[in-house]
Design a protein around this ligand. Structure first.
Ligand SMILES: O=C(O)CCC(=O)C(=O)O
Ligand SMILES: NCCCC(=O)O
Length: 438
């Protein structure tokens, strides 16, 4: 019989709660760290037993403005007394319209763009594909190896990692094609990827049957791999030449993470559609597609929507997030923090032979862990490093096709002393995991 926790059983004991989690939540959803948190502030969380942790995951890139930023809390609290939910398909409300206006300006920079809102990043991706297909009247969509575009069936089909995401969840939607993503450390050049695109057009689908190419300007879950400016410009040129919609998935890279509002702004291109989510909501669930007005208007009335999409509380939070990013110098701070972190990770790479690469853009930095003898990805050592860091009070997670890359997604409000503390813990974790410390 299933155990049910009684009133008397403590809700303030990590292990009791984790046992209850095991019994009541399916194994398909994994929790990276064995702790149950009770409260959070800025770049810190406290578990139910009162232990403090530095949170350098930020809800997987959701908390660029930090946990419970007072401006977000105030905006949501104020909105809660007005309209919490109405459904934009039923009646409009100012927050949705204002948010659309602000994002259109931020992405379009004077060109005519429009926005529509959803709840999760996966839904934004699904809708970007619907919009691109409606605009072009073509079926094909090209995505990249190592991409993460969500877990819904189309999202996971576009996602370029078989494990754990695809498993036996098929059959998958058709007309999705795949290209390698540039990864110089592992010998995949930008030229290789462009050649693969030519080959794909020659062998699998004519360019005039392709509706869209979707790309993360810096792959997130795929390993914090940046797409270079020259590569993105080539994609832009090819997509323009063939009338293909270029979708930048900025779900993880958006809202200051890479040091500009969006990562594409550093690459000398203008995308047709941009998918946004995660840090837009400052902790509340909201996503969206921001795109060229003519494309956004391709689906006919009633073709887009979703009950919770652009929920009023989430819109209020998002407007507060945009204010913070614009007025609290958080983009500049992302660049400062990123430069500090990158420099210190490079020092650690001198000390630990297992660090095979330090890379990233802005405050989206990662280290790739390799077996120093074979040069091959070392997922087991990576996990040991993450576990040791957690034991010492620092939360980090992994990424990469081979799950051998440690990623840093700390809030942009992280203080210098929190960054120092995190790096000190990371040093200890590396020492422990590599056997330098007992
Ligand atoms: O696991 C998920 O569903 C979210 C994943 C994600 O965005 C990431 O791991 O970068
Ligand atoms: N996509 C979730 C990644 C978390 C992890 O692998 O630990």
């Amino acid at each position: 019989m299933q155990n049910v926790m009684t009133e008397q059983q403590t809700w303030s004991d990590n292990n009791v709660l984790l046992d209850a989690r095991e019994q009541n939540v399916p194994r398909g959803i994994v929790t990276a760290h064995p702790l149950v948190i009770e409260r959070a502030k800025g770049s810190e969380v406290w578990d139910v037993e009162g232990n403090r942790y530095l949170d350098f995951v930020g809800g997987i890139g959701v908390l660029n403005v930090g946990h419970n930023h007072p401006a977000v809390v105030n905006a949501v609290t104020k909105q809660l007394g007005l309209v919490s939910h109405a459904c934009f398909q039923v009646v409009a409300y100012p927050g949705y319209i204002e948010l659309a206006q602000r994002l259109n300006q931020l992405v379009g920079k004077g060109e005519a763009y429009k926005s529509v809102f959803f709840t999760s990043g996966a839904e934004a991706v699904e809708n970007a594909v619907k919009i691109a297909r409606a605009h072009t009247n073509r079926p094909g969509v090209i995505a990249f190896d190592g991409a993460f575009h969500g877990r819904t069936l189309l999202g996971v089909t576009l996602t370029g990692m078989s494990q754990p995401y695809k498993q036996n969840f098929g059959p998958f939607p058709s007309d999705i094609y795949r290209l390698p993503f540039p990864n110089p450390l592992h010998g995949v050049t930008e030229a290789d990827c462009l050649k693969a695109l030519d080959q794909l057009f020659a062998v699998q689908i004519l360019p005039e049957r392709v509706a869209a190419i979707i790309i993360e300007p810096v792959q997130g879950d795929g390993g914090f791999l940046p797409a270079g400016a020259a590569f993105m410009q080539s994609l832009r040129r090819i997509t323009q030449q063939h009338g293909i919609v270029l979708i930048c998935d900025e779900v993880q890279t958006g809202f200051g993470r890479t040091g500009t509002m969006f990562a594409f702004q550093q690459l000398g291109i203008q995308p047709d559609l941009v998918t946004v989510a995660k840090s837009l909501g400052g902790g509340l669930p909201i996503s969206g597609v921001v795109g060229r007005a003519a494309m956004m208007d391709a689906p006919t009335p009633g073709g887009l929507g979703g009950t919770y999409g652009g929920n009023a509380l989430a819109c209020a939070a998002a407007l507060a997030v945009l204010d913070l990013l614009e007025h609290d110098n958080l983009l500049e701070r992302a660049n400062q923090l990123g430069a500090q972190l990158n420099a210190r990770l490079r020092q650690l790479a001198e000390k630990y032979a297992c660090i095979g690469d330090v890379r990233g853009v802005g405050f989206m930095q990662a280290v790739e862990i390799l077996d120093f003898e074979t040069g091959k990805p070392d997922a087991a050592l990576t996990q040991k490093i993450l576990d040791s860091a957690c034991q010492e009070g620092l939360l980090l997670i992994k990424c990469g096709l081979h799950r051998n890359t440690v990623r840093f997604l700390a809030p942009l409000v992280t203080t210098d002393s929190q960054l120092e503390e995190a790096l000190h813990i990371f040093d200890i974790a590396l020492a422990r995991a590599t056997g330098r410390l007992g």
